[in-house]
Design a protein around this ligand. Structure first.
Ligand SMILES: [Zn+2]
Length: 319
């Protein structure tokens, strides 16, 4: 009897909580969400901002993975099979894995050329478009231009606009909402870009080295020069001969900082630091969710800017 008296109010609370949960669930499913799948977590973060509660968004690549090299898993094909919109970068970023996912998905809605397939890279003025004949045998040479377009905040805003437009075509009743969210995203990120510009300017670092050409859009936006790469060719791991060249570039040009994208092996930087102890090295995330606390594109830029500020402070202190 005693235990009944205690349990009964608890069971009422549970019942009420459950009813609330179920009713909110039925409200959620009453309105069909647009199912968006993206190739990268950066694109997913943009799509989430634009789509809000009108969409469900998932990314194929995790933020800790090199987006050039993914395994075309059957689970990705299943997700693609259910998608209303697939957003990719294009510019050959996903060429090693996306075609087989799209084939395996058997979803006519999201095949190239359909309304449910959107490639944003070609729409945002790609850099480094190769001239002459280039083949993938030389490594992933980005023959259609550098595909790491989401590392520029202003291009992220353009991508938001493109996603909003396409979502509006797929889901016309909400077109104005998508557009308004893209505009708000653009306003915020442009505001922040001004602050990031001032902060990076203050660090005084104008030359950096990265592992791969991942950050070239970021560098282009903020007036930083990428003077060398740790990999001798895109997709080819560093060799000792190449590292010697990098060391001499660092010495000649007094390069203060090496940034290593966190999905590459940073071991090679230790060798460089033995030769040039003054050079700073930072391992950095280069995608949304590249570290657990990086949930948005703004978080990512903030983390990169902070990392550069930290390196500049450390370099100043050691001088
Ligand atoms: Zn690349």
């Amino acid at each position: 009897m005693k235990s009944w008296k205690i349990k009964r109010p608890m069971s009422w609370i549970l019942f009420i909580a459950l009813s609330f949960a179920l009713s909110s669930l039925s409200i959620g499913t009453a309105q069909a969400e647009v199912k968006v799948l993206t190739s990268t977590s950066d694109l997913a973060a943009i799509a989430k901002v634009v789509g809000g509660d009108l969409t469900s968004v998932e990314s194929v690549a995790k933020g800790t993975q090199d987006p050039h090299f993914l395994e075309a898993k059957p689970s990705f094909m299943l997700k693609t099979n259910r998608a209303d919109l697939f957003v990719a970068v294009g510019l050959d970023l996903e060429i090693g894995w996306l075609p087989s996912i799209l084939r395996g998905a058997r979803n006519p809605k999201v095949q190239s050329g359909s309304a449910g397939y959107l490639e944003v890279g070609p729409l945002v003025d790609p850099l480094e478009i190769a001239t002459g004949e280039v083949t993938r045998a030389e490594g992933d040479v980005h023959p259609l231009g550098n595909p790491h377009v989401t590392l520029d905040p202003k291009r992220c805003a353009k991508i938001a606009t493109a996603i909003a437009k396409r979502l509006g075509e797929i889901d016309p009743p909400h077109a104005a909402q998508y557009q308004a969210r893209a505009e708000e995203f653009q306003r915020k990120i442009e505001e922040k870009t001004k602050l990031w510009t001032q902060r990076l300017e203050k660090t005084g670092i104008k030359k950096m080295i990265t592992y791969h050409k991942t950050l070239n859009y970021f560098f282009d936006r903020f007036g930083i020069q990428n003077v060398a790469l740790l990999e001798p060719k895109p997709g080819i791991p560093p060799t000792s001969g190449h590292i010697l060249k990098v060391v001499s570039i660092i010495k000649e040009q007094k390069v203060p900082l090496i940034l290593v994208e966190n999905f590459f092996d940073p071991a090679v930087t230790r060798k460089i630091q033995q030769e040039v102890p003054s050079v700073q090295t930072r391992i950095i995330p280069v995608s949304v969710e590249g570290e657990p606390l990086i949930k948005t594109n703004e978080d990512l830029f903030e983390a990169i800017v902070k990392s550069i500020e930290g390196a500049a402070a450390a370099a100043g202190a050691s001088r």
